[in-house]
Design a protein around this ligand. Structure first.
Ligand code: SAH
Ligand code: SF4
Ligand code: F3S
Length: 494
């Protein structure tokens, strides 16, 4: 009998993508995906260490595993990802319920580790690698909508931002072979996917066949930077929409912006984390740019793509942040007018530069108040940006049925905002009815439209449909619209 594994992903999109690599490795061992933790023989938690709260959530979830194990003596529990890497054996000591601890670069050893666990031992592998990219492993898509997918293009991070634990949990930066990236994208097209998001902690420093100092490794082969990779993906898979995340302001080149502007299938959306609007704080954060540099990058985006949406990450209350620094952040937010932002209170992480060198000196209530002000400012910005879209016609890729009502579908425009459209389009019902009527005329019938034609005239939008939508209203979080003309008409072509 085949075994069942349930994988839960926490943290960023890279973890979601890694879980699909893990599922693929385990599928070769005969594991199938379980629908819930309750039905599984093996539960894997793919974890995040980025903030203390993220770890707390996972620690609570680990405790819940005791209850599951009480009901299923055979159940094994594993911790993967960034917390596994950060805490290592300590996790086994602190949480007796955990059988297995595996870091992000050690997933290929899962079969051997599971053998050890099967014979009643605890197993750990948290070795980091300079080479591992899981390049040739074909991921098993989990919780997929069948329309959008993640493709990891690089791993690790060399940046050492003072607040950030990622370089310690994910190891050194390395890029994946462009040919394996393109092969994965082509396979996604063949499987019916319509959109990919290329993932890396800092995609702008993607490089293949060239080292950090600019020396070409193999003179017989082409060098590929991120702009080249974007262009190759866009031309190899013209039917795919392409997104990527995350850009780094210090490395984002005009070459990338130029490629984005030139290819219609590269979405006009950039996530460009600023972290702070104060040059002094940015310096303490070791981000490698100042306020002026960041604002110049924003201006460059607007020069190449006036319609491009921009989102960001902001940290409130980093070490030494003064009221004036905080006001600089609010001021920068007003100046940029972000479409969307992820906003966090600073949370000190062990081992980081800030933990070792800088006192976490902004009081908790001040952090809270500053964060609230930042969130409030962003609400205003989002509402303004979204209201600006009303009246425009946007191309929307339908992803699924709206969570609020089965009468509506949701999708995204190129700017990555969620757009809600009616599931059944009356406009096309009318057009279809008219077409049916004309058919009847041609056939010499006088009774029209025949009632038995009506069911076929209803247009039901499905995941994967690309529709032109006139935006009719907006909130800070989403847009509503009416389809104006079908780009692909599955029902009409039938
Ligand atoms: N590689 C991406 C971000 C990775 S982590 C980049 O460089 O932008 C995602 C976000 O979490 C960061 O952009 C930052 O805003 C936030 N973050 C990271 N460490 C944090 C910490 N110690 N406290 C609060 N927020 C943090
Ligand atoms: Fe962390 Fe900075 Fe690397 Fe992003 S670029 S993952 S914030 S160290
Ligand atoms: Fe979290 Fe690791 Fe991603 S710390 S944000 S899961 S890289």
């Amino acid at each position: 009998m085949s075994k069942k594994v349930y994988i839960e992903s926490y943290g960023c999109q890279m973890n979601v993508s890694d879980s699909e690599v893990v599922a693929s490795i385990l599928a070769k061992q005969g594991y199938q995906a379980a629908a819930s933790a309750e039905e599984a023989d093996l539960v894997l938690l793919n974890t995040c260490s980025v903030r203390e709260k993220a770890e707390y959530t996972v620690l609570q979830r680990i405790n819940e595993m005791n209850r599951l194990k009480a009901g299923n003596k055979e159940l094994k529990v594993g911790v993967l990802g960034c917390m596994a890497e950060r805490m290592k054996e300590q996790l086994l000591v602190e949480k007796k319920v955990v059988d297995l601890v595996v870091g992000p670069d050690a997933y290929r050893s899962l079969p051997q580790l599971l053998d050890e666990v099967g014979s009643g031992q605890k197993a750990v592998n948290v070795l980091l690698s300079r080479e591992e990219t899981y390049g040739e492993i074909v991921p098993v898509r989990l919780n997929s909508n069948g329309v959008t997918a993640f493709v990891t293009i690089m791993r690790g991070c060399d940046n050492m931002c003072a607040f950030c634990v990622v370089p310690f949990t994910r190891g050194r930066e390395r890029s994946r072979d462009p040919q394996s990236i393109l092969a994965e994208c082509r396979q996604l097209v063949a499987d019916g996917y319509k959109e990919v998001t290329l993932l890396g902690q800092n995609v702008d420093s993607y490089r293949w066949n060239i080292d950090a100092r600019g020396n070409v490794k193999n003179p017989g082969e082409p060098v590929t930077d991120f702009a080249d990779l974007l262009e190759m993906t866009a031309t190899t898979c013209p039917e795919l929409r392409i997104r990527y995340s995350t850009s780094h302001p210090k490395d984002m080149t005009d070459k990338v912006l130029e490629v984005m502007a030139r290819h219609e299938n590269i979405c006009k959306y950039i996530h460009l984390p600023v972290q702070s609007g104060s040059s002094a704080v940015l310096k303490h954060m070791n981000r490698g740019y100042d306020r002026e540099w960041y604002l110049e990058r924003i201006a460059a985006i607007r020069r190449y793509m006036p319609d491009c949406a921009i989102s960001t990450d902001i940290i409130a209350g980093f070490c030494g942040e003064t009221e004036a620094d905080h006001r600089d952040t609010l001021d920068l937010m007003a100046q940029v007018g972000y479409d969307m932002a992820f906003m966090f209170k600073y949370s000190e992480r062990p081992k980081t530069l800030a933990a070792r060198k800088l006192p976490d000196d902004v009081p908790e209530e001040v952090k809270g108040r500053r964060l609230a002000e930042i969130i409030e400012a962003q609400k205003t910005n989002s509402a303004k940006r979204m209201a600006g879209y009303v009246g425009q016609v946007h191309e929307v890729l339908v992803e699924g049925v709206s969570k609020r009502s089965a009468e509506f579908m949701y999708g995204r425009n190129t700017q990555n905002s969620v757009v809600i459209v009616p599931r059944y389009s009356t406009q096309f019902v009318v057009r279809r009815a008219q077409a049916a009527m004309e058919d009847c005329h041609r056939a010499g019938s006088r009774s029209f439209p025949p009632t038995n034609h009506e069911p076929r005239t209803i247009q039901e939008w499905r995941p994967g449909d690309l529709i032109q939508v006139r935006i009719t209203s907006a909130t800070a979080g989403s847009l509503q619209g009416e389809p104006v003309a079908p780009v692909n008409e599955p029902a009409m072509q039938a």
